[in-house]
Design a protein. Structure first.
Ligand code: HAM
Length: 518
């Protein structure tokens, strides 16, 4: 029997990106760096870990992302408290089991004492919530004991629930989250480093992983990548148009021609409340005929009704009030300027009144880019204005606009368009025949690599036929062959693997020859 261990696999919804696919990822990123630099954006790299409160406040506590999809954990220095807390919570006592109850009380007293001490030493945060929880945990042993002695099962159960909730509320350290998006992080950094003091607008971009606990499917992952850009400090609608123009240029550069640009305005804090009221009123008349989700959202979050994909609901949604008919004069003017300027620049767009986006920070212009090549998860880009976000995060009033490209989906679309192929990047594979040829072969490989050429060599001896097979498999552009004969003549064989043409060249001439032919 083999004692090989069970292999450990990658986490659900995450994946390894491997060569040659990563080759394509790099080319897309290189194009992004070029286009963003041309529009004068500078790169920002923010931490992947942020305080949970950043997203709760920035993205919105009621959004799907914050409510259901974040990877959050408590970051603390008190593992003994965490262990004790989970022991108490997992070993619920019953009134009929005195031994269990004694252990339960002991643990609770131990926890309360250690918690008080840790709070005193500043090891756990001294928040009002923690102080309330501590009060409950210190009082409950006596209260529970009373119910126990009276054999009052109902009250006993209620008190145990109360303890459980108090423990749930206990915060042992900072709540941290793997970023589900980066706009909130960029604005946090903008505020933290007072970038507003530098005057003018700040144009920042990022490329990196994001995390959302969604149901995985093609084009939807739990770790996915975004290429995003944010402009802070301008309300001018021409900035909105420049951002969109840049996106369109980038998509063209990576070979994507089949896409739709969807544009809308979601108004601002001044005009949206009246629209929401109108929407909610209209929904009262029709919601009974809609799907269960819509019925619920009609009361809790009416804007989300507009996202519904249920076929039967579509004609009803089409007749609901549209936010663009409820914009105040300033928002209307802004939107008109954006759309007329898009037309002037020949950028085709589809006015999509239902486009409200799933993050709370948006104001005025919102947009998405979808691609037919992608199936259900067809949004490649999402973006828009967020003029109130800086203030929500404790910064000065600062208008902002930006977008994020879903890089995983972009790559799928690029592959479907079949314009950029991963292809091989190996310039040469060096074949050596006989021990004496190894040293000159190594010298050549080293020199070529130092010139930036991608070169490969195998260190184990190989017959010529097998070595040429390897050159083929690696898709090397050239095979350079060094045998005893070549060593004697001082000229190496250089075979063009594409055309089959073979030349004898002195080692010093090879580098130049290969570079010219690549
Ligand atoms: P978002 O619409 O949530 O916006 O995401 C932007 C893009 O990221 C989506 O269009 C999609 O391509 C990709 N994406 C989102 N979730 C996943 C997933 N689970 N798997 C694969 N791809 C995904 C934002 O994130 C905003 N920060 C955009 C923004 C920047 N608005 C203003 N500035």
């Amino acid at each position: 029997m083999s004692n090989r261990a069970e292999p450990i696999r990658s986490v659900k919804g995450t994946r390894d990106l491997l060569p040659p696919d990563t080759n394509l990822w790099q080319r897309v990123e290189a194009e992004a760096h070029r286009v963003l630099a041309a529009y004068h954006y500078g790169e920002i790299r923010t931490p992947i870990l942020e305080e949970t409160a950043l997203f709760a406040r920035g993205v919105g506590a009621e959004t799907d992302i914050v409510k259901k999809e974040m990877y959050s954990f408590e970051d603390h220095d008190v593992p003994h408290l965490a262990a004790l807390r989970s022991e108490i919570r997992t070993h619920r006592p019953s009134i009929g089991s005195p031994d269990d109850f004694v252990v339960y009380l002991d643990r609770m007293r131990n926890f309360a004492a250690a918690f008080r001490e840790a709070m005193g030493k500043g090891l756990v945060p001294k928040t009002p919530q923690n102080e309330r929880a501590l009060d409950v945990l210190e009082q409950m042993p006596a209260t529970l004991k009373g119910a126990y002695l009276e054999a009052n099962e109902v009250m006993f159960g209620l008190y145990v629930d109360h303890v459980d909730r108090a423990l749930e509320d206990v915060l042992l350290g900072d709540s941290l989250t793997l970023r589900p998006e980066a706009t909130a992080s960029v604005v946090r950094a903008y505020i933290e480093h007072s970038l507003y003091n530098q005057g003018g607008v700040q144009k920042l971009y990022y490329i990196g992983p994001m995390f959302r606990r969604e149901r995985p499917q093609k084009g939807r992952y739990r770790q996915f990548y975004q290429i995003g850009a944010e402009v802070l400090g301008s309300q001018n609608p021409l900035v909105d148009v420049e951002v969109i123009e840049m996106l369109v240029l980038f998509l063209e550069r990576v070979g994507i021609r089949e896409y739709q640009l969807l544009v809308n305005s979601v108004g601002c804090a001044n005009c949206r409340p009246a629209y929401l009221k109108a929407l909610q009123m209209a929904l009262q008349d029709v919601k009974a005929t809609m799907c269960a989700d819509c019925q619920r959202r009609a009361d809790t979050n009416p804007l989300r009704v507009l996202d519904c994909k249920v076929e039967a609901d579509q004609p009803i949604i089409e007749r609901l009030p549209k936010i663009i008919d409820h914009l105040d004069p300033a928002c209307r003017q802004h939107f008109d300027r954006v759309t007329s300027e898009l037309v002037a620049r020949g950028i085709a767009y589809q006015l999509t009144p239902r486009l409200v986006r799933g993050l709370d920070y948006y104001t005025r212009t919102t947009f998405e880019i979808t691609s037919g090549a992608l199936g259900a998860q067809n949004a490649v880009v999402g973006g828009g204005r967020y003029d109130g976000l800086s203030e929500m995060l404790g910064g000065p009033p600062t208008p902002g606009i930006g977008f994020s490209i879903g890089q995983d989906r972009l790559i799928l679309a690029v592959q479907a368009a079949a314009v950029l192929q991963p292809g091989s990047t190996l310039a040469a594979y060096v074949v050596w025949m006989g021990e004496a040829t190894l040293a000159p072969a190594l010298r050549l490989v080293r020199e070529m690599r130092a010139q930036g050429l991608s070169v490969e060599i195998d260190y184990d001896p190989m017959k010529i036929k097998k070595a040429m097979g390897v050159a083929n498999k690696l898709q090397a552009r050239f095979a350079i062959i060094i045998g005893e004969g070549e060593l004697a003549s001082g000229k190496f064989q250089v075979k063009d693997m594409a055309s089959g043409e073979q030349n004898e060249l002195e080692p010093d001439a090879i580098e130049q020859y290969v570079k010219e032919k690549l």
